[in-house]
Design a protein around this ligand. Structure first.
Ligand code: G4P
Length: 531
């Protein structure tokens, strides 16, 4: 195998996503423990943006600083190099999570067995479906009295719009939880409630009628036999292809806090999860095995120390070999750039990297050259696609409170929105700036950062908009008519695309009926979705 093929086949780049509190942080930590990247529990916990009140944004800024180090956690497990990309659990940072999903090849979705599928889970899953990202589901907290596992599977299929296939199965649950039966390798792992040790007792049970099973789990053995018979009857045999096509999601059961059920999942994950795949660009598909290096920026993190205005831009490598101190082309700016201190994040230590391969994420120090979605190549003019903006949920107009500082305000809001903190829409008449976010928190963060990093003072005025719709049509006459009627509600996004800000779903539906020639999209890169 060539060097590059070998490097690619070893890599698994993925993210763990969940509704807050389902157990994402705990599971991340256990993965790092298995990978030997950390020695004790508690190390990742600090990264979590906790349930702080919205007004406590200083705390959030502090936590944001910590999270630079854990944005990417690379670790070795068996022969694999695993790049685990962190996603903020806080709902207000959902957009950050959507962008991180553009840089992974697969996802592990954590569900709380008591609460089942929650709102945030459905939205995250929508993004995975749009991108056809393979998903593995981990049903967590089996030590608690949860819902019936079959009901949970039905709920997953119904609410997430994906077929599921259990690969492990709980033997009872809550206070009588015995362990899990591994449907992939046919063995039983017995539950021990222990937060520090890994459950090591694995008993091979090739035949469920074996009386060994009764000795192990007593009265629960018959229930397991019935359940497995039902599973075999209802669900197709597991095959990796439908999972890789994102048509079927394998499901595992366990308890993250007790280190239970995780190793089964990790072992199967490294076998079945995809290695880095071809990626779509404006001109062609880029194959990871290509000689020439290419990559894109999916996340930008500002330095929270105002004396150092530098930022870290996170680059996902898509093809070829990335090398330190080598000139690459920033295709949007048509500019040659080289990086003297690119950082990797192996075992939580940030260190300078000499070379990196497809699937890897490298941190580049940036003084303001990068926007989310920017592409680096060895010279070819291409632009990676698939990093859409989604319709924000809250809209406010940015009002300058210090006319002497309008230049600073312009620059500040531009840089903050380049980083992806929020979306900026400009209404041409009067150069009005409407800021759109998914949560209130961002407005406080913007206001605080504009003042402390740029010396500009601002205020926000709520705008009663419901949704942003990117509008396109082949009928220029109709577009002209629409523009005229809706002049007050039409704005431009960061790439000068036309966007209609709809005041309500009712009015949006009405416009869609009145102007069937116009298509209204709720993301900036549209292929399938409609408003
Ligand atoms: P998140 O990142 O998805 O928001 O969730 P996180 O891992 O922080 O877990 C949320 C809470 O659920 C934590 O409790 C955690 O200990 C608990 N938890 C995680 N896995 C399990 C499990 O398998 N069983 C049970 N019973 N609980 C689990 P907390 O009280 O918020 O924090 P802590 O003080 O216990 O750490």
């Amino acid at each position: 195998m060539s060097k590059i093929k070998d490097e690619i086949s070893k890599r698994r780049t993925f993210a763990i996503i969940s509704h807050p509190d389902a157990g994402k942080t705990t599971l991340t930590e256990k993965f790092l423990l298995f990978g030997g990247a950390i020695q004790t529990a508690g190390a990742v916990k600090n990264n979590k943006i906790t349930k702080t009140a919205a007004s406590d944004f200083m705390e959030i800024e502090r936590q944001r600083g910590i999270s630079v180090a854990t944005s990417v956690m690379a670790f070795h497990y068996k022969d694999m190099l695993i790049n685990l990309l962190d996603t903020p659990g806080h709902r207000d940072f959902a957009e950050d999570t959507y962008r991180t999903l553009t840089a992974v090849d697969s996802v592990i979705l954590v569900i709380d067995c008591v609460k089942g599928v929650e709102a945030q889970t459905e939205r995250l899953m929508e993004v995975c479906r749009m991108r056809k990202t393979p998903v593995i589901v981990f049903v967590n907290k089996l030590d608690l009295e949860g819902q019936d596992p079959f009901d949970l599977l039905d709920e997953l299929e119904e609410k997430l719009g994906i077929q599921v296939r259990p690969l492990s199965w709980p033997i009872s649950g809550g206070s009588t939880f015995q362990g899990v039966y591994n449907l992939y390798d046919h063995n039983v792992r017995l539950f021990q409630s222990d937060k520090t040790k890994i459950a090591t007792d694995v008993v091979a049970i090739k035949d469920l009628d074996d009386s060994k099973l009764d000795d192990l789990v007593g009265e629960h053995a018959n229930q397991l036999r019935e359940d497995v018979e039902l599973i075999d009857g209802v669900y197709d045999e597991f095959k990796p292809e439908p999972y890789l096509m994102a048509d079927v999601a394998p499901v595992f059961f366990g308890s993250a806090v007790n280190n239970f059920g995780i190793q089964e999942m990790l072992d199967i994950f490294i076998q079945i999860a995809p290695d880095p795949k071809p990626v779509e660009t404006s001109t062609r598909m880029v194959n990871p095995e290509e000689e020439g290096f290419t990559g894109f920026i999916f996340k930008i993190h500002a330095n929270i120390d105002p004396r150092h205005r530098d930022r870290i831009a996170f680059l996902r490598i898509c093809s070829g070999k990335f090398q330190r101190n080598t000139f690459y082309k920033h295709t949007r700016l048509d500019k040659k750039m080289k990086f003297t201190n690119p950082a990797t994040f192996l075992a939580q230590d940030k260190s300078v990297v000499e070379e990196a391969w497809p699937g890897d994420v490298v941190g580049l120090y940036d003084t303001g050259n990068f926007k989310i979605g920017d592409t680096l190549t060895e010279g070819e003019n291409l632009q990676f696609r698939g990093i859409p903006s989604f319709s924000p949920e809250i809209f406010k107009e940015l009002v300058n409170k210090d006319p002497m500082k309008s230049k600073q305000l312009e620059k500040g809001i531009k840089q903050l929105t380049d980083e992806g903190v929020a979306q900026l829409f400009i209404r041409e008449a009067g150069n009005r700036k409407i800021v759109g976010t998914v949560g209130e928190l961002q407005f406080e963060v913007i206001q605080y950062r504009l003042e402390h990093e740029y010396g500009a003072k601002c205020e926000f005025q709520a705008k009663p908009y419901h949704k942003a719709c990117w509008i396109v049509s082949d009928d220029q006459e109709k577009m002209g008519e629409f523009r005229k009627i809706k002049a007050n509600d039409i704005v431009r996004d960061k790439d000068s695309n036309e966007v209609y800000l709809a005041p309500s779903q009712f009015l949006l539906n009405m416009e869609m009926t009145n102007f069937p020639e116009i298509t209204f999209h709720t993301t900036s890169e549209f292929k399938t979705e409609r408003a």
